[in-house]
Design a binder for this molecule. Structure first.
Ligand code: GDP
Length: 166
């Protein structure tokens, strides 16, 4: 079985844990047990101080903002800059995600704004809901697809360069 190192980045409360837990266990955590929440917080604090290291070892990046929180959309931009800096401007498998699409009535970031940012970054864009499981499997399938593509010999050219050799 192949192992993929996926790093999920975004400011606090956007749903990074909820998306990951939904994908792995197929369930949604509405409210964490305080002990577990504390554990997660510690993990996240440690993560923040070690972010460069995680980015260095990461093979694929899921950049998450909450579409009901404009600030979280602004916060994601320096995180992407950090990835580019640490990865030394390589082409990095990456997806931009607007989470909490089930809260349509409270939306602060339009679909168009998310899409435009993803186009600027030349990466795919998705709106998800960890609560309703909307596009969660698709999200992880897409990042794996991108990582497989990037891992091919001759990287970007992939199949086409193999065709030339044949
Ligand atoms: P993290 O700090 O980015 O890991 O965020 P969490 O996964 O801890 O989620 C923060 C809060 O948002 C929790 O109360 C979650 O239940 C809630 N949440 C996460 N994803 C969604 C979603 O898709 N829809 C809704 N309505 N709430 C969500």
């Amino acid at each position: 079985m192949r192992e993929y190192k996926v790093v999920v980045l975004g400011s606090g409360g956007v749903g990074k844990s909820a998306l990951t837990v939904q994908f792995v266990t197929g369930s949604f955590i509405e409210k964490y047990d305080p002990t577990i929440e504390d554990f997660y917080r510690k993990e996240i604090e440690q993560f923040a101080s070690m972010r460069d290291l995680y980015i260095k070892n990461g093979q694929g990046f899921i950049l998450v903002y909450s579409l009901v929180n404009q600030q979280s959309f602004q916060d994601i931009k320096p995180m992407r800059d950090q990835i580019i800096r640490v990865k030394r401007y390589e082409r990095v498998p990456m997806i931009l995600v607007g989470n909490k699409v089930d809260l349509e009535g409270e939306r602060e970031v339009s679909f168009g704004e998310g899409k435009a940012l993803a186009e600027e970054w030349s990466c795919p864009f998705m709106e998800t809901s960890a609560k309703n499981k909307a596009s969660v499997d698709e999200l992880f399938a897409e990042i794996v697809r991108q990582m497989n593509y990037a891992a091919q010999p001759n990287g970007d050219e992939g199949c086409c360069s193999a065709c030339v050799i044949l």
